[in-house]
Design a protein around this ligand. Sequence first.
Ligand code: TXA
Ligand code: MG
Length: 356
Amino acid sequence: MKENLKTIVFKVDPENPEEEKISVAAEAIRRGGIVAFPTETVYGLGVDALNQEAVKRMYEVKGRPPDNPTIVHIAEFNDVYKLAVDVPEVAEELMRRFWPGPLTIVLKASKIVPRVTTGGLETVGIRMPKHKVALALIRASKTPIAAPSANIAGKPSPTTAQHVIQDFYGSIDVILDAGPTKIGVESTVLDLTTKPPQILRPGGVTYEELKEVLGEVIVHEAAKARESVQLIEARSPGMKYRHYAPKAELIVVEGETNRIVEEIKKLIDEYSKMGKKVGVMATDETIENYKTGIVKSVGSRLDLSTIARNLFRILREFDDEGVEVILAEGVPEEGLGLAIMNRLRKASGYKIIHAN
Ligand code: TXA
Ligand code: MG
């Protein structure tokens, strides 16, 4: 990573973003610079989506392979028609229902979208984030903002500005710090260029919610995969890369809750005997069962949104504490559970144990 830029870090009020700070950040975007900003899901690494040079520089700084497309963020519904062509009616229905919010829709790209932004694809992923700072930045920049999650490629996504600072201080222009993000997992990526529509990445808007509007919607095999997706056709180029991964070895234990607990207790013993520093990612309901290792609750099984919110932060914390093996409890794949399990399985490199 190049460390030659003077990065400005602004604390911004999430409810009433200060105009002066937003305008400094927007100026950086307009000059082709890179600005990290909060959204309701995770922090984004933003550049002018229509400026090829800026997009290329962002890919370099992030270490992202050039064939992995970047989501384009907008603040006005009408911008969809500038960025995309052949917008189906169902897209409009989804926009009305879920925007601003954690849904990215993949449509046929218009000519104005540089192909570096779309990773060479003829489609573009578009979303309107539900965060006052993000919307103010996009409006003040007067251009759509291309933004992947603001983490070095492969690492867990950033849910605080501190995470962004760890990865990019000195290599980007501005970091807007508006505190921890609310949802904690990224947007749902929905491909509307296929019939039926396909969820390429589960996220903040659930399968169940989409099904209610669409009737028929399928979850791409790779998004549910329990094995490496290299074997499966990767419709969303992001699918084929290892992602979200902590430095520690991560093992996901899935199955019925009591069985998960028993299995993890055994694994703690085995890894401890090998002299490994073990971390356990437990839940509020199970944490009391673990007596050794570094044990953290990621949230409540009764409210999966709490788990989504804490997931990436806890993975980074285990790394910061020098944990060598993380044993993580799986959760049911319902509601946000589908996104949580997708991230955990990918982060583990598909090291999954079925505790049944
Ligand atoms: O919540 C989010 O989506 C965050 C915030 C910053 O908006 N952004 C984010 O971006 O997670 P990124 O780049 O880390 O993940 C975007 C995912 C990748 O898996 C990428 O392959 C997929 O969306 N994607 C983007 N455009 C696509 C397209 N045209 N076709 C298929 N997949 C696409
Ligand atoms: Mg990402």
